[in-house]
Design a protein around this ligand. Structure first.
Ligand code: G6P
Length: 614
């Protein structure tokens, strides 16, 4: 949801900023812009509708000199994607330039007040209101830029990560955040601010994660100073990040999404490392062990998430109820936060999020904490807001996921939820030891089984050619594979723009079956598990109505192979771990269909990876 980056140091800022925007482009990609301040304090802003590469083309003939600058890649909220709505925005006098990620909720009231004071607005954005307000407050009170930002932000309702630079002041950049992420990078006599560490890591791994309502004053040749909006000085720990540059590159794959699909055997091994120990018959998640009383005594688990992470949560429900015998509710964070939910102090709330920045999930966490519940985070991005705002948690450890459609983060979320369920079951003694060991051995074998599924990539690519021009898809699954059907449909929608719906297979007859005809492809997950016979009946119902069935089946299958039009095989596993395998062919199918349709797989239209607005 918009990416921001800023630089002050000894090098030319423009190449650093543009490279950084490319790394942040997953956050938004409808327009981009840059503001540069040269050594005599001249300020230039360049903006272009479209991708960062369009901005680069536009800037080819421009003066991009300057060792300080800020830049932005946008995901439109207020005002269509256009040159004028792109950031940075100037203040009335053009003395200030500002970039913003977030939403100023009371922008309309503030804008009206500023219009009455004679201010003019070029864009339809909420952001331009903020830069005008800062200038207005600065002039009215005859204060310096930092004080003006403090005063202006005091009037703002909403979410923001901002960076501001000033004409005539080539040595200072000011950044602030509330509810939108902001990282400060500390290099050798050079400083960076960005929405996440990906554009910074090439230059330094020393970062500070700013907290809500904090402002960083970054001056050339000085250590950055951090103050709050209320002007209290803060000392923040510098963190050494372990991210590597290679994790941010495509590594020979045509798309990040394909790279991330193929990384899954390794990412799942990384996620299990030091946690699953088959020799000792043990699963150790320190976040669970350190808080085992909370989990053992939990009367209920509430899982909160959005998008793909919510699908992982649904599978978590099956896992916790089966292994730990704890009742589970799974909710969209966006619904939970506004419906006055009942939350008790002996509830355990699990927030699942790849980015750790999803605004609705963060707000839902606050609500749960206020009610005294214990809140556990499952997150991929180290140091993100969710791990910092939860009582405890587990990282998924899959490295940066750059493709907007989540793949490797999803399977790692399933793995963490599986390990959590096993760990809690051991503490609660709700699983007998033999079964526990069997499950553990099976979990350990999952990465190798995924490797064998990836070996079917060519077959799935061929299959995708047959379905590239379908207009609709239905995905069916039961039991543990029902959420996989939802996720398979979502993946296809996200990157190919084909309409797709996921259903529990038995629900077909309550409506969706009316859609079945010879034009309708139905992806049925029919692996050899407890629901096998039932799903076969559901497939028969589709075939009886001329539907075209693509079935995901177990390697030992004989029955479905005789009924379905096409089959994709996966190895046999325990029912509860089936999603870790059945998800993989659905990821590949979506990917190849989207490539056939020449979609922008890594940056599908209208989407953003990190949804920092509600
Ligand atoms: C966006 C992304 C999805 C993601 C969802 C939740 O919609 O495009 O891939 O599943 O946000 O994000 P989170 O970071 O909380 O998992």
């Amino acid at each position: 949801m918009c990416g921001i980056i800023g630089y002050v140091g000894g090098r030319e800022a423009y190449p650093i900023l543009v490279k950084g925007l490319h790394r942040l482009e997953y956050r938004g990609y409808d327009s981009a812009g840059v503001a540069l301040c040269n050594s005599i304090g001249e300020l230039n802003i360049y903006k272009a509708k479209g991708r960062v590469s369009d901005l680069e083309d536009f800037c080819k003939s421009k003066d991009t000199v300057g060792t300080m600058g800020i830049a932005h890649t946008r995901w439109a909220t207020h005002g269509e994607p256009s040159n004028v709505n792109a950031h940075p925005h100037y203040s009335e006098s053009e003395n200030l330039a500002l970039i913003h990620n977030g939403i100023i909720e009371n922008y309309a009231v503030l804008k009206e007040q500023l219009l009455q004071k004679g201010y003019h607005f070029q864009s339809s954005t909420d952001t331009e209101v903020l830069v005008q307000l800062i200038e207005y407050v600065k002039e009215l009170n005859h204060v310096d830029l930092c004080t003006a930002i403090q005063l202006a932000l005091g009037q703002v309702v909403g979410a923001y990560a901002i960076a501001v630079i000033e004409k005539g002041n080539p040595d200072m950049m000011i950044a602030a955040r509330k509810s939108s992420p902001l990282v400060l990078g500390i290099g050798r006599d050079e400083f960076f601010i960005a929405s996440d560490a990906s554009p910074i890591i090439e230059y330094t791994n020393r970062v500070i994660f700013l907290e809500d309502e904090e402002i960083a004053i970054v001056r050339r040749h000085e250590q950055p100073k951090i103050v709050t909006i209320g002007n209290v000085e803060k000392t923040r720990e510098i963190i050494q990040l372990e991210m590597s540059l290679g994790q941010l590159e495509k590594g020979g794959y045509p798309h990040f999404m394909l790279k991330e699909i193929f990384e899954q055997p390794r990412t799942l091994r990384d996620c299990m490392r030091g946690r699953v120990n088959v020799e000792c018959n043990n699963v150790v998640l320190s976040g669970i062990i350190d808080n085992k009383e909370r989990f053992v005594n939990a009367k209920r688990i509430i899982i909160l998430a959005c998008g793909t992470s919510w699908h992982a949560g649904l599978i978590g429900e099956y896992l916790f109820e089966e292994f730990c015998r704890i009742p589970v509710e799974v909710e969209y964070s966006s619904e939970f936060r506004y419906r006055n939910p009942l939350i008790y102090p002996d509830d355990v709330v699990i927030a699942v999020s790849q980015s750790g920045e999803t605004a609705d999930t963060l707000a839902a966490i606050e609500l749960a904490k206020e009610s005294g519940a214990f809140v556990y985070g499952i997150c991929n991005v180290v140091g993100a807001s969710i791990p910092r705002n939860t009582h405890s948690g587990s990282y998924t450890h899959v490295g940066p996921e750059i493709g907007v459609a989540s793949t490797k983060a999803f399977t790692a979320q399933l793995l963490v939820l599986s390990m959590m369920a096993l760990c809690i079951a051991r503490e609660k003694k709700t699983l007998d030891e033999k079964r526990f060991l069997k499950l553990l051995i099976e979990l350990d074998a999952i990465p190798a089984k995924i490797e064998s599924i990836l070996g079917n990539n060519d077959l799935i690519q061929n299959l995708s050619n047959t379905f590239t021009y379908a207009h609709n898809f239905i995905y069916l699954g039961r039991g543990y594979n029902y959420p996989v059907a939802l996720e398979g449909a979502l993946k296809l929608k996200e990157i190919s723009y084909i309409h797709a719906e996921g259903y529990p297979a038995a629900e077909m007859k309550h409506g969706p079956i009316a859609l079945i005809d010879s034009e309708m492809p139905v992806v049925a997950i029919a692996t050899d598990n407890g629901m096998y016979e039932k799903v076969i009946s559901n497939i028969q119902e589709i075939k009886a109505r001329n539907g075209r069935v693509i079935a995901v089946v177990s390697e030992n299958d004989t029955v479905v192979k005789g009924i379905a039009d096409y089959v994709i095989e996966v190895p046999v596993t325990e029912d509860c771990f089936d999603p870790l395998l059945t998800t993989i062919p659905l990821q590949l199918l979506s990917y190849h269909i989207a490539v056939n349709k020449r979609r922008d797989v890594d940056m599908p239209r209208n989407l953003a990876k990190s949804v920092t607005v509600e």
